[in-house]
Design a protein around this ligand. Structure first.
Ligand code: IVH
Length: 681
């Protein structure tokens, strides 16, 4: 790099940080870590201090990052939405404490809270009704995302209790780690780009134009700031307590601290325990508690002087790249995987990291035996964030993405505009065949839980099955006595699978009872690209039978609610393929439900408007059947308990956490017997 003058460096950093702000706040798709961003911002800030004549009037050091998306109405915030000063070190935090003490003396308290890693939002309530939700935007004005926010169950539309007639409250919208993993899994299955972490997925969702899709994504919210406009007495801690009593979602994980040691204890505790939370936090926020004292300390142009964010270190580990291997999924998508020398990271041993696709591999320019840095993206999936190029072995070769399928040798394909490479040999490539059968037997599809990955592999290797229809031809004598040792690729553990009498009976019984599964589950089980569970339900409802669906034209499909051109084409292509048509034919002959049944329609409206959580194991019928019953009686199945849940239908072994949550929110619990009595069955 050629040396830059201070002015050139200030110009370059300003430009670069604005670009990163745009990617982070507007596109919700950042390309550098928070830490790298903060380091650059710090460098710019120091340069501007030394050379104030070169500072840009709208420098990222004085203007809150972000921007406005053109698709939403722009709203000016009544009170600007400020950001917080950040620190990563104990010393800097002590400096903050000293500054506060200099102004206030020692007679004050801090409220310490979690720093939720999501997307900032400001909510306006008038007479207890949610009237507006606006993003932070550039801090002065943001996007009106009210319709999308109304789909978030944690955010009440109506308040109760003793709330002020008009007020604004701010917080963070986020996605739980598990919901994020599920969403990404679904996206991967549908051939869509996955989100890098829960924060991005929450931000991406809030900025979506399709409200239906937003409603399907499980967003949650914690509010942390009741906006006080003008002089007011009281404390921040009590404001949050009051807000909780009006029904607003406020986290309990906060603490009043009277001195530095107490606040440091809080930080250390949450740094160690954040992995146990169901959502991401990236630090702790420390706020002076008394509102008058907050006023006394005041604000800089960007952030309050009465609060600071302490950010946790993202743990990075350095290790050696042993090899890049490639996994072929059910859809034929090929994922490169870095096999690493085992290394410890945030309480787990990391041996593998996803490299996602060929583009990411190209960017990293990995060489054989490289020393690499691994981070946990959103603390779930480890990823390689960089290479220690100085430690590279001389003459080491660059590792390029493969050209042929590692499983069947067929040349790989890459569709225009898609990130993934595919193996086109769908009928002859073993992992694709096994993957399709595994999908077919999965819980939401044919739900044959007496079979699993290992058993499917064994039956495939024995030449007994090469597609889903073969399952229905299996005979007792073919299975009895089969045995094989399998090795788990991830753990290296080997396991002997052997089919004795009982196992064989169970397998055959499971296959037999799958014939009771409704049409939409069979349709989902076929594994048509882009046809997930919801789309399968919609297609089943609109076309009624596989026969009608297989004859449907592109146009007819596209005229169906919720079905776009991509899904339509995929369905038409599926049925145009002779092998698929033959498979569907054999499954029909085997006696699977290939049309909707009368009983799948509504039976009564006894549960109309009720939101029900099904949890535990049931004795009379399975969970899926119970859920179908709820829908047939007009009820809605919801997955997590909230204040809006009507009741929890509890079987045996309901988890203690769920039980506790239901109790604390006052949600009634109903037994299986009570439920059947209720629906008159
Ligand atoms: S207080 C004037 N409290 O972190 C008060 N912010 O890096 C400003 N955040 O802009 C915000 N958890 O988007 C506050 N408990 C918390 C928070 C929190 C997450 C976000 C918020 C803020 C950013 C600063």
């Amino acid at each position: 790099m050629t040396a830059q003058t201070p002015k050139e460096r200030i110009d370059a950093l300003t430009e670069e940080l604005k670009e990163h702000n745009y990617k982070y706040y507007v596109l919700a798709d950042p390309t550098i870590s928070d830490r790298e961003f903060d380091a650059k911002l710090e460098e710019l800030s120091k340069l501007e201090e030394a050379y104030p004549q070169f500072r840009h009037p709208n420098s990222p050091t004085v203007v809150v990052g972000g921007g406005i998306t053109k698709d939403f109405e722009t709203i000016r915030h009544d009170v600007p939405m400020l950001s917080l000063g950040n620190t990563y070190s104990k010393e800097e935090l002590q400096d903050f404490d000293t500054r506060v003490r200099k102004s206030l003396g020692d007679d004050f308290q801090y409220t310490c809270e979690l720093k939720f890693d999501g997307f900032a939002i400001s909510l306006k309530y008038e007479n207890g009704e949610l009237v507006r939700a606006v993003t932070r935007g550039d801090g002065v004005q943001g996007d009106d995302v009210t319709t999308n926010v109304r789909t978030i169950r944690a955010i009440p539309r109506h308040l109760h209790g003793d709330f002020p007639s008009n007020f604004e409250v701010r917080g963070e919208v986020f996605m739980h780690k598990k919901a994020f993993a599920r969403l990404n899994h679904e996206r991967e299955e549908q051939g869509l780009k996955t989100f890098a972490n829960p924060r991005n997925s929450a931000a991406g969702t809030i900025k979506m134009q399709e409200q239906d899709e937003v409603a399907k994504r499980p967003l949650d919210c914690f509010l942390y700031h009741v906006v006080v406009n003008g002089p007011e007495s009281g404390t921040h801690y009590d404001n949050l307590k009051k807000a909780a009593s009006w029904g607003l979602p406020i986290s309990d994980h906060r603490k009043l601290c009277s001195n530095f040691d107490e606040l440091w204890d809080f930080i250390e505790y949450w740094d160690a325990h954040r992995k146990d939370l169901s959502f991401e936090i990236d630090g702790v926020v420390i706020k002076v508690n008394d509102l008058n004292q907050q006023e006394e300390l005041g604000y800089t142009s960007k952030s309050p002087r009465w609060a600071i964010a302490y950010k946790f270190e993202t743990e990075t580990a350095r290790t050696i790249l042993n090899e890049v291997t490639y996994q072929v999924g059910r859809t034929g998508a090929v994922t490169p995987v870095a096999n690493l020398e085992p290394v410890h990271l945030l309480g787990t041993t990391v041996k593998r990291a996803s490299l996602h696709n060929a583009d990411i591999m190209e960017q990293l320019q990995l060489h054989a035996g490289d020393a690499v840095f691994v981070e946990k993206g959103g603390e779930i999936i480890p990823k390689i964030v960089g290479v220690d190029t100085k430690a590279r072995n001389e003459g080491a070769e660059v590792i390029h993405f493969i050209k042929d399928c590692p499983e069947c040798g067929t040349p790989l394909h890459r569709n225009e505009g898609e990130a993934a490479h595919y193996c086109p040999n769908d009928s002859g490539c073993p992992p694709q065949i096994k993957g399709r059968i595994e999908h077919f037997i999965s819980r939401k599809a044919l739900d044959i839980d007496s079979l699993g990955e290992g058993k499917i592999a064994m039956l495939f290797d024995e030449g007994l099955i090469s597609n889903a229809a073969d399952l229905y031809d299996l005979q007792y004598d073919q299975l009895n006595g089969l045995s094989k040792t399998t090795v788990n690729e991830l753990t290296g553990e080997s396991r002997l699978i052997s089919f004795r009498e009982k196992t064989v009976e169970k397998i055959l019984a499971g296959i037999e009872s799958s014939k009771e599964r409704p049409f939409h589950s069979v349709l989902y089980g076929l594994g048509i690209r882009y046809v997930g569970e919801t789309v399968a339900k919609r297609l089943a409802k609109s076309f009624g039978s596989v026969e009608n669906l297989s004859k449907a034209s592109n146009e007819e499909l596209e005229n169906t609610p919720e079905i776009g051109s991509v899904i339509a084409k995929s369905v038409v292509d599926y049925f145009a393929d002779e092998q698929n048509a033959e498979l569907v034919n054999r499954l029909t002959m085997a006696g699977l439900h290939m049309e909707i049944e009368e009983s799948e329609g509504p039976v009564s409206d006894i549960l109309e408007g009720e939101r029900i959580v099904v949890s535990g194991v049931f004795s009379r019928i399975g969970r899926n059947e119970l859920k179908a019953l709820i829908e047939q009686h007009g009820g809605k199945n919801v997955s997590s308990i909230s204040a809006k849940t009507t009741f929890v239908l509890a079987g045996e072994n309901m988890g203690p956490a769920k039980l506790e949550k239901a109790r604390s929110l006052g949600v009634p619990i109903m037994s299986e017997d009570e439920f059947f009595e209720r629906i008159g069955s």
